[in-house]
Ligand binder design. Structure first.
Ligand code: URA
Length: 256
């Protein structure tokens, strides 16, 4: 059997060795959000940086954790999950942004994902399509408790993960390109009670379940597809605060 490529014992992409990261990892897509997450920590430092992957380790309210960017979409995210498991992680919390499908989800609200529609590419290599992309119940519970304790307006439900921000989320591509099969996608998902689009959770949730790890996701609604509003960064800091606080809550479950 082929072996996973390592460079001097470190993973090829994230440049991490076993024991480099603690069990809890927050996962934004954007490398620039890693130091923003660490802004709320007691201490933190950059451990590694390569391509879209920036890794910080530190402590939040006394609990060791890491923040690692995944890049956008499932391909780079699956690499991050594989290499983080090797480096010592077992609990993944995606912290990102999302495009809400319903009017009652206001811009800046936070969504907590319990499951993801698997319209990503990478998870197909891991499991047949009927295999669910579900968050771990303890992570969901910790995220909900965190949002409640911080007074952050939140919604809990199913998200849809696609690898395509434009056409795959029924936004016209260049020159108005929109193939027939995506016309009506937003409305169909709405009827299925899916709360929003994002791009990485299906991969993280599926892989975490397969590997006996845990995952969850918290996302700031920066777009609303019913009202056609869009405001970058709104709610992002709230989603980050909820994710950090959820780590402290998870650690408290473990110590009881
Ligand atoms: N992320 C997405 O994937 N879609 C949006 O509309 C906003 C953020």
């Amino acid at each position: 059997m082929a072996r996973a490529p390592r460079v001097g014992g470190r993973t090829y992409h994230l440049l991490l060795s076993p024991g480099d990261v603690p069990r809890y990892v927050l996962m934004p897509g954007d490398p620039g959000r890693v130091p923003t997450i660490a802004k709320f920590w007691d201490v933190g430092r950059e451990l590694a940086r390569n391509r879209e992957y920036v890794t910080w380790v530190g402590k939040y309210k006394g609990v060791e954790l890491a923040a690692v960017s995944t890049g956008i979409g499932s391909g780079s995210t699956a690499i991050a999950v594989e290499e983080l498991l090797y480096a010592g992680a077992d609990t993944f919390i995606r912290v990102g942004t999302t495009g809400a499908l319903r009017r009652d989800v206001r811009l800046g609200d936070v969504i907590i994902g319990i499951a993801a529609v698997r319209w990503d590419g990478a998870s197909r290599w891991y499991a047949f399509p009927e295999y669910p992309a579900v968050a771990h119940w303890t992570v969901v519970r910790a995220l909900v408790e965190a949002a409640e304790s911080l007074g952050v307006r939140h919604h809990v439900g199913i998200v849809a993960s696609t690898d395509s921000f434009y056409v795959g989320q029924e936004r016209p591509g260049f020159g108005g390109f929109l193939p027939q099969w995506v016309v009506g996608l937003v409305d169909s998902l709405r009827r299925l009670n899916v709360l929003s689009f994002e791009m990485e959770s299906a991969t993280i949730f599926t892989m975490a379940s397969i590997y006996g790890a845990r995952a969850g996701g918290v996302y700031a609604a920066i777009a609303n597809r019913e009202t056609d509003e869009f405001q970058p960064e709104v709610g992002v800091e709230d989603a980050i605060r909820v994710a950090n606080e959820a780590v402290k809550i998870l650690a408290s479950y473990e110590s009881n």
